[in-house]
Design a protein around this ligand. Structure first.
Ligand code: AMP
Length: 206
């Protein structure tokens, strides 16, 4: 199962990727998570990526594609994978196409107003990486594992607005996958299990 999840920040791509990967035992490849891990470890890549991420901009393709090339060479990707947050432009989509044959590109749609509402309340678990929401926490802790949560730097209100403007997924990416006959779209609901049912209807047919 080789899948990419497309959609605006806050649409629930990360949450759905976690659920899919747990159910189907697949590696979850989030370029954002890889950048954040590099920032936490203060690597050269992390330093370069942070400058762009702090402004709500995309990290240049050269850096982003190189981490994807490395990740796809890991043996766990042989059985399939779920990409979350990659590709974000046509150049990335074309590079990925040279490396693998995807089964589906699934767009998780959400209106702008709801995106801002969700992102401002998003929290991340330090322990298990679960992207969660202030309303889902149990006693202020991750509802899945009880870990401490934090707010991503780029979920500050000003950066959210910048990301929505600068990171709108180009229509040409959607057209690229439509032309291949692998594009599907669902609308994100307020309930992650309900949204997963919509995603899983697509996956079950594979
Ligand atoms: P995400 O966790 O997917 O929202 O990504 C967080 C940030 O990492 C984005 O706002 C970008 O700055 C950067 N990033 C993640 N994935 C990509 C990508 N495919 N291309 C360029 N920048 C990316």
């Amino acid at each position: 199962m080789k899948i990419v999840l497309l959609g605006p920040p806050g649409s629930g791509k990360g949450t759905q990727a976690h659920i899919i990967c747990e159910k189907y035992n697949l590696p979850h490849i989030s370029t954002g998570d890889i950048f954040r891990a590099n920032i936490a470890n203060q690597t050269e890549l992390g330093k370069k990526a942070k400058a762009y991420m702090d402004q709500g901009s995309l990290v240049p393709d050269e850096l982003t594609i190189s981490i994807v090339v490395d990740r796809l060479q890991q043996p766990d990707c042989e059985k399939g994978f779920v990409f979350d947050g990659f590709p974000r432009n046509l150049a990335q989509a074309k590079e990925l196409d040279k490396m693998v044959t995807l089964d589906k590109a699934i767009m998780i749609h959400l209106d702008d107003e709801e995106i801002i509402n969700r992102l401002s309340k998003r929290r991340m678990c330090r322990a298990c990486g679960n992207p969660t929401h202030m309303d889902w926490l149990v006693d202020g802790k991750c509802e899945k594992c009880g870990g401490d949560v934090y707010q991503r730097d780029d979920d500050a209100p000003e950066t959210i607005k910048a990301r929505l403007v600068k990171q709108k997924l180009p229509q040409e990416v959607i057209d690229f996958y439509k032309d291949k006959g692998i594009y599907e779209q669902i609308t994100s609901t307020n309930n992650k299990e309900d949204t997963f049912k919509l995603v899983d209807e697509i996956l079950k047919k594979l």
